[in-house]
Design a protein around this ligand. Structure first.
Ligand SMILES: Nc1ncnc2c1ncn2[C@@H]1O[C@H](COP(=O)(O)OP(=O)(O)OP(=O)(O)O)[C@@H](O)[C@H]1O
Ligand SMILES: [Mg+2]
Length: 314
């Protein structure tokens, strides 16, 4: 697939000297759904707002469909739609007026048929004459999507499209996003919900401290998410892992009385039974056992740790 968006060596430093994007490089393929995951403050919104020309940047370059975002701003911007994280809407306008007006802002001639179809697709048609302040939060988010799509962009950015919406609406949103993909729109969304990425993304990127620390096909990330952590607390601390247990790749913690074992919940054999019997035959006494799902948070943390360790090694 062709690369429709190229972000090269992008650095953004806010006025207070905070480096929100740090030599970030990322390419987005035409027609894909790319989910950008990262903890609060990772730089997701900064990245999106920089690409969309809402924020300026300090270093690097961005091309959208070969148009440079600085040199060919209008052409680049006309291909992009953005649904911002904040729900900021003009309270006293109707949906209909507001969305049609948005289209005009991009210099596109009116197309009432297209906007009607768009509002119907987003289940907003019945409310088209309602004022925006009369809508629920979920409906407002849909209006933001309608506005972002009003000028028929090729690339749509959605900054946390399903934050604080109910389960049903989330599923509706996913359908809307999948339909857009089927129409050929490239979609980049940010989210904190791993199930959202699992459900709709083709590829996933993880960002932390303004750096992309992983880009992967969704399928291979899911494999990593299938992992659980078994914590084994020992009655007495040990100095090192007994030889017989080395094949389990256990990690021994700093106080040396806890072992951790990572296993795959999706695999046939977790290895727990044989691990516990080996522990017993080594004469180690257990104090407690607990398991933890490898949550998105723990995956972040592991990846962050890994990437930092790699930095130290290299
Ligand atoms: N206008 C600003 N001035 C200074 N620093 C800012 C500004 N906006 C954001 N930041 C800082 O830049 C970093 C990245 O923020 P950003 O909003 O991009 O994170 P995010 O990944 O979108 O987080 P969230 O998941 O909370 O939306 C944070 O440390 C944030 O405090
Ligand atoms: Mg954000």
């Amino acid at each position: 697939m062709r690369e429709i968006l190229k972000i090269n060596n992008l650095t953004k430093i806010y006025k207070n000297k905070l480096k929100a994007l740090d030599h970030l490089t990322l390419n987005i393929l035409e027609g894909e759904i790319f989910a950008l995951l990262g903890p609060n403050g990772a730089g997701k919104s900064t990245l999106i707002n920089t690409i969309c020309g809402i924020l300026n940047f300090d270093q690097g370059n961005i091309t959208v469909n070969k148009f440079d975002i600085m040199k060919n701003y209008r052409q680049a911007r006309s291909i992009i739609g953005i649904v911002p994280q904040e729900l900021n809407l003009e309270a006293f306008e109707t949906i209909w007026d507001n969305v049609n007006y948005s289209r005009g802002l991009y210099g596109k001639s009116p197309n009432y048929e297209y906007i009607e179809k768009l509002l119907k697709d987003l289940s907003l048609w019945e409310k088209k004459d309602n004022k925006l302040r009369e809508l629920s939060g979920g409906m407002k988010r849909r209006v933001l999507i309608a506005k972002a799509l009003s000028h028929e962009p090729k690339i749509l950015f959605l900054d946390e499209p399903t934050a604080s919406v109910d389960v049903e609406l989330r599923k509706d949103m996913w359908e809307v996003i999948k339909r857009l993909k089927n129409k050929g729109v490239t979609i980049i969304l940010t989210t904190h919900y791993i199930d959202e990425a699992e459900e709709i993304a083709d590829r996933v990127g993880i960002i932390n401290n303004g750096k992309i620390i992983l880009v992967d096909e969704k399928e291979s990330l899911i494999k990593k998410l299938g992992q659980k952590i078994l914590k084994i607390e020992l009655a007495k601390p040990i100095k090192e892992i007994p030889k017989k247990l080395t094949s389990f790749n256990l990690k021994i913690n700093t106080e040396k009385d806890t072992l951790t074992y990572i296993y795959d919940t999706k695999g046939r054999n977790t290895g727990i039974t044989s691990l516990l019997s080996e522990i017993k035959s080594e004469g180690l006494q257990l104090k407690d056992l607990s398991t933890e799902q490898s949550s998105l948070e723990s995956i972040f943390l592991n990846l962050v740790k890994e990437s930092e360790n790699e930095l130290v090694r290299s």
